[in-house]
Design a protein around this ligand. Structure first.
Ligand SMILES: [Fe+2]
Ligand SMILES: [Fe+2]
Length: 243
């Protein structure tokens, strides 16, 4: 396995590891995002077994020990399995997550106390700025959240828009909704909460110009439309009343 590195927005790097054995023949990518700033931020750590690959890729951009913020969408091994390895490798680093996720899990699971964030709160990274939004159960996990990097208009949207494949296309301007709905049909990974589509539209109101996607290609273009289209597709496919 190798981890590819691509800059998908100014100072925002996609670290992508393709695993052919997951969902063959298309395969599956596991992507982390590194925001290069005075206080570098990592969104998703990858599972523990991928730590050497991810750390090597981070080191191509910033020293591993300079990473200041460890962040992720929700608690699963590909999102945050190696968080304690990162806390050890980067001595000034802290996990930053929504307050609920800290209370429910991270205060116990992190080797150093995490930094809780309120809904809508920002962290100034020095040259970049991330805003935290709670998105409970969207796409899954009570503690689910996204980050929006405001200077580049990049939404770090985690498992939203997950697609198979995408090894050779770090950033696309093409449609992501159809491949994302195909993946949803295969995995059924999303919680279908009463406000699932509404949360997607609320994120659309941020009008992101880049969608940093955890599995598959990231997207450059009209993020408002993409998120509204995703919400409509979920409503059509899964969220209609059964009567
Ligand atoms: Fe997930
Ligand atoms: Fe994921």
């Amino acid at each position: 396995m190798e981890t590819k590195l691509d800059e998908i927005a100014d100072g925002i790097y996609r670290l992508s590891t393709f695993v052919a054995e997951v969902v063959p023949p298309a395969g599956f990518t596991f992507n982390q995002f590194l925001i290069a700033a005075d206080e570098p931020l990592l969104f998703h750590t990858g599972p523990r077994a991928m730590f050497p690959l991810v750390a090597e890729a981070v080191a191509r951009v910033v020293p591993v020990e300079s990473v200041r913020w460890i962040t992720f969408g929700h608690l699963e091994s590909d999102e945050c399995g190696s968080m304690n390895m990162w806390l050890a490798a980067a001595p000034r680093s802290e996990v930053a997550h929504g307050a609920l996720g800290c209370d429910v899990s991270l205060n116990d699971m992190c080797d150093r106390p995490p930094r809780p964030m309120a809904d809508g709160e920002t962290i100034d990274l020095g040259g970049k700025r991330v805003r935290h939004f709670d998105t409970p159960h969207v796409p899954h996990g009570w503690e689910a959240r996204v980050l929006f990097e405001e200077t580049t208009g990049t939404l770090l949207c985690g498992d939203l828009f997950s697609q198979l494949g995408g090894r050779d296309v770090p950033l696309t301007t093409g449609d992501l909704v159809e491949p994302a709905m195909a993946a949803e049909g295969m995995f059924r990974a999303s919680s279908m909460a009463p406000d699932t589509a509404e949360v997607m539209r609320r994120l659309g109101e941020l009008s992101p110009t880049t969608l940093a996607v955890m599995h598959g290609s990231s997207y450059s273009g009209d993020g408002h439309k993409a998120l509204y289209d995703l919400a409509a597709a979920y409503e059509e496919q899964y969220l209609r009343p059964a009567f």
